[in-house]
Design a protein around this ligand. Structure first.
Ligand code: ZN
Length: 349
């Protein structure tokens, strides 16, 4: 299986994040996550590592607002220029706003901090020097994986894995959130949609709010997210069952919010429902937003999926028989990440 991966992500390592209650914490979404996955993949006999290609900005600007991407590209430099204390010790700092926009009016502020509060949803999307570069490389991994499955022969399409970091599914059209800056799965799905219908199945523990935001008014891309109920879980404001799309997109988005403590049996029943929806839609391509934070023991999740559960989930998705790109999202139980990822992926090889 082709695994698209870039080392550039290592340079995106904010020194802290601010957690619920204002707690300053080490950054959960850290480069070591990738090391655990790389180690496990290298022990298999089917992982074929490939550097992503450069796709330029166009495929990204087809799903993200241009001014938001411009903000991401220059925020860190502008921040350094504006504050001598930060410039004296950049490695100890991360750029975050302290004021957030109430989006009742479409006005985008002109100042750096004003823009930050407009374009950033929470205090985990910390920007450091290489954030933009890493986010681009991550999106290119997803695009390269999409290109790889779509250029396979008519009779046989090989699946591909985009080992993306930073992750993407919380990033909306014009905002960063939940460790995500560019929505990798959405960029890949949109790119594939010029060749046929696409379904995105998001199995990360957290609702795929960004993906929902991006495709909410489209009927050529089916989006499904299975996640912790936003009644008790991040992202809190989106991901409810009655959000099913808008305009021509009505009926083409499905949220399956689940209670804390959801175990494998309960989870697999819902996964079967999602699989039926995908079959009915009959997409040419499938994109999986693969978060491993549904694992029992993940510090940011409350589900009870075992390591074998990932095998079973992978088996059921692979049984759909659709050319598939698996895109890495969250997962913070670092020591279990390698096994969980391999267990999911080996069904597709
Ligand atoms: Zn997550």
């Amino acid at each position: 299986m082709k695994i698209f991966y870039s080392e550039v992500h290592r340079k995106h390592y904010p020194p802290f994040e601010l957690f619920d209650g204002g707690k300053r914490m080490p950054y959960f979404e850290n480069p070591e996550r990738m090391d655990w996955i790389l180690d496990a993949l290298k022990k298999t006999d089917w992982a074929d590592f490939v550097e992503p290609a450069d796709f330029g900005l166009n495929p990204i600007l087809e799903v993200h607002d241009k001014d938001y991407i411009t903000f991401l590209a220059s925020a860190w430099t502008e921040w350094l220029d504006s504050d001598p204390e930060v410039a004296a010790a950049p490695e100890k700092n991360a750029f975050l706003p302290a004021t957030f926009a109430l989006r009742r009016t479409p006005r985008v502020p002109s100042t750096l901090l004003g823009k930050a509060g407009y374009y950033i949803m929470d205090l985990s999307a910390c920007i450091v020097e290489a954030t933009y570069e890493a986010a681009l490389a991550s999106a290119y991994c997803a695009l390269s994986a999409a290109d790889s499955i779509s250029s396979s022969s008519e009779n046989h399409s090989y699946p591909a894995f985009a080992l993306c970091r930073p992750p993407g599914h919380h990033a909306g059209k014009d905002y960063a959130a939940g460790y995500c800056f560019i929505n990798n799965a959405s960029v890949a799905a949109n790119w594939l949609s010029s060749k046929g219908k696409v379904a995105i199945l998001d199995i990360d523990y957290h609702a795929g709010n960004g993906t929902q935001d991006i495709f909410f008014e489209r009927n050529d891309i089916l989006t499904i997210s299975i996640h912790g109920d936003p009644e008790y879980e991040y992202p809190h404001y989106i991901g409810f069952a009655d959000e099913t799309g808008a305009g021509i997109g009505v009926g083409f988005h499905h949220n399956f919010p689940l209670p804390a403590g959801t175990d494998e049996m309960q989870y697999l029943l819902i996964l079967n429902k999602a699989a039926r929806l995908i079959k009915e839609f009959a997409p040419k391509y499938l994109v999986i937003s693969a978060g491993m934070d549904i694992f029992d023991g993940d510090p940011l999740g409350k589900f009870k999926i075992t390591q074998n559960g990932f095998t079973e989930i992978g088996k059921r998705i692979a049984a759909l028989g659709i050319p598939t790109v698996v895109v890495m999202e969250g997962g913070y139980a670092n020591e279990a990440l390698g096994t969980n990822t391999v267990n999911l992926l080996e069904n597709f090889k």
